[in-house]
Ligand binder design. Structure first.
Ligand SMILES: Cc1cc2nc3c(=O)[nH]c(=O)nc-3n(C[C@H](O)[C@H](O)[C@H](O)COP(=O)(O)O)c2cc1C
Length: 299
């Protein structure tokens, strides 16, 4: 009897013990592997949680800049900022209702216009529009916005040149075919005469952070939504005073326009709004807005 035959004969004789041994090994291996996996996942989720929350357990959206010594922390605006009385006019329910209707009707008339009359806008109107945008709420009153108002024809041409160059690439190479197709009803194209026709271009920059008088970096909390709200208030003011705007987001133009306008690196271009009166032959797509029931959930 050779070695192989002997091994087979032994296995056959002791098959119960061999199979039991194999089953025990299988169960032991499965349990070991399961424990290892659990250990790995718990370690990973601990690391993710630490990254999200810092050292404590409380969720943090913002990381501090390393200055963790509480004795050195000073609020960006004085801690003893006084509280002052605030008593806007008290209005009756009827008056509130009336005003809510009137404001809705006014805002429902707002449309994005893509052809402008070159008629200039008085400087004071532009000042008031930007002052109004500056009344916007902002995270911890950081006011993380800069509004660049361009009326100079040469600067408008330079802006147009950059935007058109980038848009040519956006439309032909960078944007998805679906995106370009979705834009067809709006007849938008790389050529943008409104950038030189509109009497004013308002470029809305978001400040990611700023600098305090003591030289420390000032954190800007919720700068995106704060700047978006300010832009919304600006659009409402433009509508209220009887002008029109084109809400545009010049894709991939941030760095070039920031350089052209000599803006610092902590500012990011969010919107470019040509503002003025509509061209007398201006048209807009006949769009429908969602109904109240579609956008409001009453609980
Ligand atoms: C964030 C944002 C980006 C937009 N970007 C552009 C743009 O780059 N070019 C353009 O012609 N319109 C742009 N629009 C305008 C929209 O196409 C327009 O608001 C939409 O079609 C609804 O039309 P209405 O504003 O007349 O109600 C933008 C609007 C928003 C809110």
């Amino acid at each position: 009897m050779n070695v192989i035959s002997l091994a087979i004969w032994t296995l056959e004789k002791n098959c119960f013990i061999v199979y039991s041994g194999l089953i025990v090994c299988f169960i032991a291996f499965t349990l070991y592997h399961k424990n290892k996996l659990e250990e790995y996942y718990s370690e990973t989720s601990k690391k993710e949680k630490m990254a999200r929350t810092g050292t404590g357990g409380k969720a943090r959206d913002f990381q501090d800049d390393g200055d963790e010594d509480p004795d050195l922390l000073v609020p960006a605006i004085p801690e003893d900022t006084p509280q002052i009385p605030y008593s806007p006019p008290q209005r009756s329910d009827d008056e509130i209702l009336q005003r809510s209707r009137e404001y809705y009707e006014l805002m429902a008339e707002r449309r994005t216009v893509r052809s402008f009359s070159p008629e200039p806008i008085p400087q004071e109107v532009l000042d008031n529009l930007i002052k109004t945008a500056g009344t916007s709420p902002s995270g911890a009153h950081t006011e993380p916005w800069t509004f660049i108002v361009v009326q100079d024809p040469e600067m408008k041409s330079a802006i147009r040149e950059i935007v058109e160059e980038e848009e040519e690439l956006n439309y032909n190479q960078r944007m998805s075919r679906q995106w370009v197709t979705d834009l067809k009803p709006f007849a938008t194209k790389p050529v943008k005469p409104y950038l030189s026709d509109a009497p004013a271009l308002v470029l809305v920059f978001r400040q990611t952070h700023s600098w305090r008088e003591d030289g420390k970096k000032r954190m800007h909390y919720y700068s995106e939504i704060s700047t978006a709200i300010a832009a919304g208030i600006l659009l409402a003011a433009i509508q209220y005073c009887g002008l029109v705007a084109l809400t545009s987001t010049p894709l991939n133009c941030n760095a070039r326009l920031r350089d052209l306008l000599s803006r610092p690196l902590n500012e990011r271009l969010e919107l470019l709004l040509p503002v003025g009166r509509p061209h007398k032959e201006a048209t807009v797509p006949d769009l429908e807005r969602k109904k109240l029931e579609e956008i409001m959930v009453k609980i």
